[in-house]
Design a protein around this ligand. Sequence first.
Ligand SMILES: *Cc1c(COP(=O)(O)O)cnc(C)c1O
Length: 461
Amino acid sequence: MDYISTRGAAPVLSFEEAMLTGLARDGGLYVPATVPSLSEADIAALAGLPYEEVAFRVMRPFVGDTFTDSEFGEIIEKAYASFGHDARAPLVQLGPNHHLLELFHGPTLAFKDFAMQLIGQLFQVALERRGEKVTIVGATSGDTGSAAIEAFRGLDAVDVFILYPHGRVSEVQRRQMTTPVESNVHALAVDGTFDDCQAKLKDMFNHFDFRDEVRLAGVNSINWARVLAQVVYYFSSATALGAPYREVSFTVPTGNFGDIFAGYIAKKMGLPIKRLIVATNRNDILHRALSTGDYTTGEVHPTITPSMDIQVSSNFERALFDAYDRDGGAVAQLMTELKEGGFHISQGALQGLREHFGSGRSDEHETSQTITDMFTRTGEILCPHSAVGVKVANDVLGPEPMITLATAHPAKFPDAVEAAMGSRPPLPPRMADLYERSERVTRVENDLDALETLIRSRRTA
Ligand SMILES: *Cc1c(COP(=O)(O)O)cnc(C)c1O
């Protein structure tokens, strides 16, 4: 299977190369040259299978000959063994036609574990075979970083550096990044916003001397392997509710557009998805872009849903690539305009996007109110991000089943949940001592040179 860049000017890579590279050398993102499809019979056969088996069947065609069947099967088994729920991604009913897909039973209590645990195993097998070591640098608004550190801690072929915005992540998120004791993991608190962290990460990837010197690898949601891992639960949940014989819709709390883009891939593979609804908080650039075509970045406002406090949604580039008929030059042009503050999506491209994606937003008050309401009406305690999804989904419920993605466990954001319902959701027993462990973190200025110097000097690999 070949992977090509959304900006059309980087080498074509295999799955393994695209996975180990992350960002393409022309600044673009890798996507499969063609998306494989599953037949109606293939999809029907997924219903009721163990999650790992669904994962194997859905992802196998994308992996090509990078791994043998037995290697890939073992990787998947290991990836999900540490989850705290046998179903891995259980569905819970919220209303007559509304279901919640609980994606928070992994080791760091957010859906990012689905992709990151898999990537940890994929990297380990691929790097061992090549006899190579890499430096992984990631930017996080909280959940990616903790999931990455958890997935890579103790792997000797990898050093992991995680950039997070100082003071803008929840205490549980911070502690999950700063308490692991392994010497190959490094939490860096950057004086800036998540977008600053993400911009610095991109600058490092575009600084080829540094990139080659430290053998930089990326595991942000721009990494294709992460998107791929997330395609699986669209299939497992939709088939549980009657697909392929019945259409379903999904609402996805969205920041970087990675999770919902995985739903779009599932649809391209043949899963009958009627609507993919982007749910945003007050940082609603995606909602505005899909409503009006105007993608102009503004200031990032901190909210009770910090994992969605984003103005530049990296994976949106992948959707634009398709909407612009896979014209890499056109995408490169838009991304140049973005650096100057924004761009306008052409009428044709906007129409194309709207065939798949709808959108809505939830402000702070509505999100909080939704946590209270849902607890009263269903007993379900939502994290604020999931509440943004539920609020937006409730506004657009239709005749087809709606599946809203619950992206984090409420205990990961206890302050917001307590403010909404008056009591603090407890951590699952397996991580109850998180508040007692000692922390290790380096504060660093929002400056490329400073970051590169620090990474060079701390590398162990
Ligand atoms: C990362 C994250 C999101 C946003 O997901 P994207 O793939 O970036 O759109 C939403 N909720 C939670 C809890 C997250 O950690």
